[in-house]
Ligand binder design. Sequence first.
Ligand code: PEP
Ligand code: MN
Length: 268
Amino acid sequence: MKLVKTFDKKIEIGDFSFEKGLMIIAGPCSIENQEQMFQVCSFLEREKIPFLRAAAYKPRTSPYSFQGLGTSGLEIIKKIKQNFSIQVISEIVDLEHLNFYRQYVDVIQIGARNMQNFEILKALGKTDKPIILKRGFGNTIEEWLYAAEYLLASGNEKVILCERGIRTFEPMTRNTLDVGAIALVKTITKLPVIADPSHAAGRHDLVAPLTLAALAAGADGVMLEIHPSPSQSVSDREQALGFEDFSKLLKKIQTIGPLFTRDIIHSP
Ligand code: PEP
Ligand code: MN
C-alpha cells in the first residue's frame, strides 16, 4: 500500500472542498419518481445542502426486492441536473453505464457489494470523477484501503472513503458502525473519510447518535438517507429520516462539527 499512505491532495467538488466544511450528503435510498426527487432537491436547496444521493440501480440482497428504476432513474438524474444546481452522487453497478455517469453524475459511488470489483475500480481509476468508495460489510480496513489503492494507482486521486457498517455478531442493528475504523484510517491516510450511519444502523432513531459519533471520530462528512414520507419509502424505510428530523440533526452537526478539528486526528 504505497499511495494511500503518501496521498495528500485536496478534493474539490463544485464550490465544496473538505477544508471548508463537512460533506453532508442526503437523499432517498432510491429514486422512486421525479416528484419525490424534486421535493428532496427543493428541501436540500432550502437547507443549503449541496449534495444529493440519487440511486437508479440498487444492488439488493434479495432478487425480489426493488432493484431501482434503472434507465428511467438515469433520466430523472438528467432532469435533476437540468433543474437544480446540486451535486449528484449515484452508485454505479455496471461499466456499461459509465458514459452516462461521466456526463451527468458528479460523484460516483462504489457500493459495499462492489468494493472489490477490481474491473470497476480500474475503470473508475481512469476517470477524473470523485469517487465515494464504501467499505464492504465483510471487508477489513486493509482490504478497503487496497481497493482505494486500485483507484489511485489507476490515476484517480479523488477518492473519498465511506464507512457504512460491518457485519458482526450483533443482530439488533443492521450493521455495526466501525467508528474505530474512521479514526484509524485517518492515522494512515489523508483521504477524506465519511460515514453512512443510515445503512449502519438500519433504524432511523440511531442515525443521529451515530452521525455525531462518526464526526467525533474524525469523519469528514456523512451520507444520510432522507425521504419526503419515510413510511412510503420503497426501500430501507426503517432507516430513512423525514425532513424535520434531518433538519434537527443538521442543527446538532452545526453545533458540534467545529469542535472536532481534523488536525487532532491526523498523525504527522
Ligand atoms: C447505498 O448507499 O445505496 C447502499 C446500497 O449502500 P451499501 O453499498 O453501503 O450497502
Ligand atoms: Mn438504502
